[in-house]
Design a protein around this ligand. Structure first.
Ligand code: ADP
Ligand code: ASP
Ligand code: MG
Length: 413
C-alpha cells in the first residue's frame, strides 16, 4: 500500500465529464489499496474569469484581501464537485478547503508562502479509507484570512501536502503527457523528457514553462521529493522531476522556453555614481514588484542607461515608480515596452560546454531576430526579443539545439 498525492489541474477538471473521469481514476487508485489525497485546481478558465470580474469591480489593484477571498472560490467549487463524483462511485471521500487542513501561510496576499500543513488531520481521513479532496492554491494566515499562492499555485499546494504527509508519490496530472523539450503547443517536434533534474526544472519554470509552478519545484527539491508529471487523460508514464544524479541524459540543452509575461522599463541618462541602482529599484521592491533581468550600460558621455524587466501585471505601477524616481534623481527619461518576450535555453550540460551562448546568438541572428537584453546563469541563457518573434525564436532554437542536438557541439567544444 502506498500513500499517493495526485494533483489535477484546471483542464483536467474542466467539465462535469472530466470531473467524472478524474473521479474514476482516483477510485481506481484507491481500490488498488492505496491511500489517496487529491489536490485540485479551479475548473479551466474559472480563475481567469474571477480575475476579470475583480478588474471590473475591485479597482486597480483590487484590495488584496478581498481578491484572495474571491479567487479561492474557484477551487472550493472543484473540491465539492469532485468529492460528490467520487462518492457517487461508492468510494468515501471528503472535500477540504485550505483552512480545513491547516494550510498556514504568511499574509502576503496573492503570493503567499506556505508555512505549515496539518498532516495529522489528513492522515486521520486517509487511515479511515476516505479520499481527501483538497483545494489547491489557497491557505489561511495567522489572522484567519484566506490567502492564495500565486497563479499555478495548486502545484505548490500538492507538493507541500505530499512532503507533509511523507507521501510515496506526488503526481502532477495535467493536459500534456509530461515535461517536453519545449511547449508542445509551439512545435510538434517537442520531445517528452523521461527525467529532468530539479535544477533544470526550476530554471525552465522561472523562464516561462508553466507546466509546474517554480515554488513547487523548489519545495520538491528541498524535501528530495520526486514529482511525476503526467497526463490526466492517458495512463502513459510521464516525466520524473528528480535529483541530478538520477538523470541519465545530460543534455547540453534540455529545454527551450518562452515567457510573454514580462515588460521592459528603461531609464536613460542616469548619473554614473554609487546608489543609483538602489534608488531606482528600492521603491519597486517596497511595492512588492519582483525585478527579473537587469542590464546597465555606460554611454560615451559617462552617463548610464539602466534597463530591467518586471511582470506585466506590475508594469503600470513599475513604470510610475521608475518615473517618480527618475525625476527625483535627475535622469534623462523613462521608456517602457510591454511588447517583449523572454526566450531561454536551459540545460545541465551547458556547465561543461563553451560556445552555447554564441551559437544561440548566431541562430537568432540568422533568423533576423534582434536581441534586446541578455542574462545567463550556469545552466540557462535568456534573451529578450520583440514579442512577435517569440514562436520563431523558440522553433529556431529548438531545431538548432534539441533536434540537431549534440551534433552541433562536440564534448570538448
Ligand atoms: P494545469 O492546469 O494542469 O496546471 P498548466 O496549463 O498550468 O496545467 O500547465 C500545462 C501547460 O504547460 C501545457 O498545456 C503546455 O502548453 C504548457 N507548457 C509550457 N512549456 C511546457 C513544457 N516544456 N512541457 C510541457 N508543457 C509545457
Ligand atoms: N486556479 C489557480 C490558477 O489558475 C491555481 C492553479 O490552477 O494552480 O492559477
Ligand atoms: Mg498549472
Amino acid at each position: 500500500m502506498a500513500l499517493i498525492v495526485q494533483k489535477y489541474g484546471g483542464t483536467s477538471v474542466g467539465s462535469a465529464e472530466r470531473i467524472r473521469a478524474v473521479a474514476e481514476r482516483v477510485v481506481e487508485t484507491a481500490k488498488a489499496g492505496n491511500q489517496v489525497a487529491v489536490v485540485v485546481s479551479a475548473m479551466a478558465g474559472e480563475t481567469d474569469a474571477l480575475v476579470a470580474l475583480a478588474g471590473e469591480l475591485g479597482g486597480t489593484p483590487p484590495p488584496a484581501r478581498e481578491y484572495d477571498v474571491l479567487l479561492a472560490t474557484g477551487e472550493q467549487k472543484s473540491i465539492a464537485l469532485l468529492a460528490m463524483a467520487i462518492q457517487a462511485l461508492g468510494q468515501p471521500a471528503r472535500s477540504f478547503t485550505g483552512a480545513q487542513i491547516g494550510m498556514r501561510t504568511d499574509d502576503a496576499h496573492n503570493r503567499a508562502r506556505i508555512l505549515d500543513v496539518d498532516a495529522e488531520c489528513i492522515h486521520r481521513e486517509l487511515e479511515r479509507g476516505v479520499v481527501a479532496v483538497i483545494a489547491g492554491f489557497q491557505g489561511i494566515d495567522d489572522e484567519g484570512d484566506i490567502t492564495t499562492l500565486g497563479r499555478g499555485g495548486s502545484d505548490t499546494s500538492a507538493v507541500a501536502i505530499a512532503a507533509a504527509l511523507g507521501a510515496d508519490v506526488c503526481e502532477i496530472l495535467t493536459d500534456v503527457t509530461g515535461v517536453y523539450t519545449t511547449d508542445p503547443r509551439i512545435t510538434e517536434s517537442a520531445r517528452k523528457l523521461e527525467r529532468i533534474s530539479f535544477e533544470e526544472m526550476i530554471e525552465m519554470a522561472s523562464a516561462g514553462a508553466k507546466v509546474l509552478q517554480i515554488r513547487a519545484v523548489k519545495f520538491a527539491m528541498h524535501y528530495g521529493l520526486p514529482l511525476h508529471v503526467r497526463s490526466s487523460f492517458e495512463e502513459e508514464e510521464g516525466t520524473w522531476v528528480t535529483r541530478e544524479d538520477d538523470v541519465m541524459e545530460r543534455l547540453v540543452v534540455s529545454g527551450v522556453t518562452a515567457n510573454r509575461d514580462e515588460a521592459k522599463i528603461r531609464v536613460h541618462a542616469l548619473r554614473d555614481e554609487p546608489g543609483v541602482a538602489s534608488a531606482l529599484l528600492t521603491p519597486l521592491s517596497d511595492a512588492g514588484i519582483v525585478v527579473d533581468m537587469i542590464v546597465q550600460n555606460l554611454a560615451r558621455d559617462g552617463s548610464t542607461d539602466f534597463t530591467f524587466t518586471v511582470p506585466k501585471n506590475d508594469y503600470a505601477r513599475g513604470l510610475e515608480l521608475a518615473q517618480a524616481t527618475a525625476s527625483k534623481i535627475g535622469a534623462g527619461g523613462v521608456e517602457g515596452d510591454d511588447g517583449i518576450a523572454k526566450v531561454s535555453i536551459v540545460g545541465l550540460g551547458m556547465k561543461d560546454h563553451a560556445g552555447v551562448a554564441s551559437r544561440m546568438f548566431e541562430v537568432l541572428g540568422s533568423e533576423g531576430i534582434n536581441i534586446q537584453m541578455i542574462s545567463t546563469s550556469e545552466i540557462k541563457i535568456s534573451v529578450v526579443v520583440e514579442e512577435k518573434y517569440t514562436e520563431l525564436a523558440v522553433r529556431a532554437l529548438h531545431a538548432a539545439f534539441v533536434e540537431d542536438g549534440a551534433a552541433l557541439l562536440s564534448p570538448e567544444a
